[in-house]
Design a protein around this ligand. Structure first.
Ligand code: ADP
Ligand code: MG
Length: 149
Protein backbone atom coordinates (compact mmCIF):
# COMPACT_ATOMS: atom_id res chain seq x y z
CA UNK A 1 0.00 0.00 0.00
CA UNK A 2 1.43 3.40 -0.94
CA UNK A 3 2.35 5.75 1.86
CA UNK A 4 0.53 9.06 2.00
CA UNK A 5 2.79 11.79 3.32
CA UNK A 6 0.47 14.80 3.19
CA UNK A 7 -2.91 15.43 4.73
CA UNK A 8 -5.47 18.20 4.98
CA UNK A 9 -8.95 18.52 6.45
CA UNK A 10 -11.89 20.58 5.24
CA UNK A 11 -15.41 21.10 6.54
CA UNK A 12 -18.42 22.20 4.54
CA UNK A 13 -21.89 23.26 5.59
CA UNK A 14 -23.77 22.78 2.34
CA UNK A 15 -23.82 20.98 -0.98
CA UNK A 16 -22.70 24.22 -2.58
CA UNK A 17 -19.79 24.37 -0.12
CA UNK A 18 -18.68 20.91 -1.21
CA UNK A 19 -18.81 21.95 -4.88
CA UNK A 20 -16.59 24.93 -4.01
CA UNK A 21 -14.08 22.85 -2.03
CA UNK A 22 -13.78 20.50 -5.00
CA UNK A 23 -12.08 23.34 -6.85
CA UNK A 24 -9.36 23.59 -4.19
CA UNK A 25 -8.93 19.83 -4.08
CA UNK A 26 -8.70 19.65 -7.88
CA UNK A 27 -5.73 22.02 -7.70
CA UNK A 28 -4.10 20.08 -4.87
CA UNK A 29 -4.40 16.72 -6.61
CA UNK A 30 -3.65 17.08 -10.31
CA UNK A 31 -3.61 14.25 -12.84
CA UNK A 32 -2.26 11.67 -13.36
CA UNK A 33 -3.61 10.09 -10.21
CA UNK A 34 -5.95 7.42 -8.87
CA UNK A 35 -7.99 8.68 -5.93
CA UNK A 36 -10.22 6.69 -3.59
CA UNK A 37 -13.35 8.48 -2.36
CA UNK A 38 -14.48 6.97 0.94
CA UNK A 39 -17.56 7.55 3.04
CA UNK A 40 -21.01 6.15 3.72
CA UNK A 41 -23.90 6.45 1.30
CA UNK A 42 -24.96 10.09 1.22
CA UNK A 43 -21.64 11.37 2.56
CA UNK A 44 -21.25 13.47 -0.59
CA UNK A 45 -18.72 11.57 -2.74
CA UNK A 46 -20.67 11.99 -5.97
CA UNK A 47 -21.38 15.62 -5.11
CA UNK A 48 -17.64 16.18 -4.75
CA UNK A 49 -17.10 14.68 -8.22
CA UNK A 50 -19.69 17.11 -9.63
CA UNK A 51 -17.58 20.00 -8.38
CA UNK A 52 -14.36 18.35 -9.54
CA UNK A 53 -15.69 17.88 -13.08
CA UNK A 54 -16.75 21.52 -13.15
CA UNK A 55 -13.40 22.71 -11.79
CA UNK A 56 -11.53 20.93 -14.59
CA UNK A 57 -13.76 22.32 -17.34
CA UNK A 58 -15.23 18.89 -18.06
CA UNK A 59 -18.90 19.75 -17.59
CA UNK A 60 -21.43 21.23 -15.23
CA UNK A 61 -22.54 19.56 -11.97
CA UNK A 62 -25.79 18.41 -13.61
CA UNK A 63 -23.79 16.44 -16.19
CA UNK A 64 -22.47 14.17 -13.46
CA UNK A 65 -24.67 11.31 -12.31
CA UNK A 66 -23.75 8.41 -10.08
CA UNK A 67 -22.11 5.48 -11.91
CA UNK A 68 -23.62 3.04 -9.39
CA UNK A 69 -25.10 0.86 -12.15
CA UNK A 70 -22.93 1.82 -15.13
CA UNK A 71 -19.73 1.53 -13.01
CA UNK A 72 -17.68 4.02 -15.06
CA UNK A 73 -18.47 7.49 -16.41
CA UNK A 74 -15.95 9.61 -18.34
CA UNK A 75 -15.58 13.36 -18.74
CA UNK A 76 -13.09 15.27 -20.86
CA UNK A 77 -11.74 18.42 -19.28
CA UNK A 78 -9.45 21.10 -20.70
CA UNK A 79 -6.39 18.99 -19.92
CA UNK A 80 -7.65 16.15 -17.83
CA UNK A 81 -9.50 12.98 -18.67
CA UNK A 82 -11.73 12.14 -15.71
CA UNK A 83 -12.91 8.61 -15.00
CA UNK A 84 -15.55 8.36 -12.28
CA UNK A 85 -16.14 4.88 -10.89
CA UNK A 86 -18.49 3.56 -8.22
CA UNK A 87 -17.62 0.05 -7.06
CA UNK A 88 -20.41 -0.27 -4.47
CA UNK A 89 -22.14 -3.05 -6.39
CA UNK A 90 -18.99 -4.87 -7.43
CA UNK A 91 -18.08 -7.93 -5.42
CA UNK A 92 -14.94 -9.55 -6.78
CA UNK A 93 -11.50 -8.62 -8.12
CA UNK A 94 -12.51 -10.67 -11.14
CA UNK A 95 -15.40 -8.35 -12.02
CA UNK A 96 -13.12 -5.41 -11.35
CA UNK A 97 -10.55 -6.74 -13.83
CA UNK A 98 -13.08 -6.31 -16.67
CA UNK A 99 -13.19 -2.53 -16.16
CA UNK A 100 -9.65 -1.84 -17.40
CA UNK A 101 -8.56 0.15 -14.40
CA UNK A 102 -4.85 -0.31 -15.13
CA UNK A 103 -5.27 1.21 -18.60
CA UNK A 104 -7.11 4.17 -17.10
CA UNK A 105 -4.35 4.63 -14.51
CA UNK A 106 -1.69 4.47 -17.24
CA UNK A 107 -3.23 7.42 -19.13
CA UNK A 108 -0.92 10.38 -18.30
CA UNK A 109 -3.86 12.80 -18.47
CA UNK A 110 -6.11 10.72 -16.25
CA UNK A 111 -7.72 11.46 -12.96
CA UNK A 112 -9.44 8.29 -11.77
CA UNK A 113 -11.96 9.00 -9.00
CA UNK A 114 -13.20 5.81 -7.35
CA UNK A 115 -16.09 5.61 -4.90
CA UNK A 116 -15.83 2.46 -2.72
CA UNK A 117 -12.34 1.76 -4.08
CA UNK A 118 -11.12 0.75 -0.60
CA UNK A 119 -13.01 -2.54 -1.03
CA UNK A 120 -10.36 -3.82 -3.44
CA UNK A 121 -6.67 -4.37 -2.73
CA UNK A 122 -5.75 -3.78 -6.35
CA UNK A 123 -7.38 -0.34 -6.22
CA UNK A 124 -5.70 0.53 -2.94
CA UNK A 125 -2.36 -0.43 -4.50
CA UNK A 126 -2.92 2.03 -7.38
CA UNK A 127 -4.26 4.90 -5.28
CA UNK A 128 -2.14 8.01 -4.84
CA UNK A 129 -4.66 9.84 -2.67
CA UNK A 130 -7.84 9.36 -0.73
CA UNK A 131 -10.64 11.67 0.28
CA UNK A 132 -12.63 10.41 3.28
CA UNK A 133 -15.99 12.16 3.63
CA UNK A 134 -18.17 11.97 6.71
CA UNK A 135 -21.68 13.15 7.41
CA UNK A 136 -21.63 15.37 10.50
CA UNK A 137 -24.90 17.08 11.39
CA UNK A 138 -27.51 18.12 8.85
CA UNK A 139 -25.73 19.40 5.77
CA UNK A 140 -22.30 19.49 7.41
CA UNK A 141 -19.60 17.25 5.99
CA UNK A 142 -15.93 16.73 6.76
CA UNK A 143 -13.37 15.86 4.10
CA UNK A 144 -10.06 14.29 5.12
CA UNK A 145 -7.56 14.22 2.31
CA UNK A 146 -4.40 12.17 2.39
CA UNK A 147 -2.08 12.07 -0.55
CA UNK A 148 1.34 11.39 -1.93
CA UNK A 149 3.06 14.20 -3.81
P1 ADP B 1 -22.46 9.63 -1.99
O1 ADP B 1 -21.94 9.63 -3.39
O2 ADP B 1 -21.37 9.74 -0.96
O3 ADP B 1 -23.39 8.49 -1.70
P2 ADP B 1 -24.03 11.90 -2.83
O4 ADP B 1 -23.11 12.98 -3.22
O5 ADP B 1 -24.68 11.10 -3.90
O6 ADP B 1 -23.31 10.95 -1.77
O7 ADP B 1 -25.20 12.47 -1.95
C1 ADP B 1 -25.02 13.43 -0.97
C2 ADP B 1 -26.39 13.97 -0.60
O8 ADP B 1 -26.28 14.83 0.52
C3 ADP B 1 -27.00 14.78 -1.73
O9 ADP B 1 -28.39 14.60 -1.73
C4 ADP B 1 -26.64 16.22 -1.33
O10 ADP B 1 -27.58 17.15 -1.82
C5 ADP B 1 -26.73 16.14 0.17
N1 ADP B 1 -25.86 17.09 0.86
C6 ADP B 1 -26.24 17.90 1.87
N2 ADP B 1 -25.23 18.63 2.33
C7 ADP B 1 -24.14 18.27 1.61
C8 ADP B 1 -22.79 18.67 1.65
N3 ADP B 1 -22.32 19.57 2.53
N4 ADP B 1 -21.93 18.09 0.76
C9 ADP B 1 -22.38 17.17 -0.11
N5 ADP B 1 -23.65 16.74 -0.18
C10 ADP B 1 -24.53 17.29 0.67
MG1 MG C 1 -22.00 8.22 -4.90
Amino acid sequence: MPEFNREKRFKTRSERGTLAIAETIAEMLPAPRVIILRGDLGAGKTTLVKGWVQALGAGSPEDVTSPTFTLVHEYQGRKTHIYHLDLYRLETERELATLGLEEMAADPAALVLIEWGEKFESVVALARAEVAMAHLEGDERSLDIRWQE
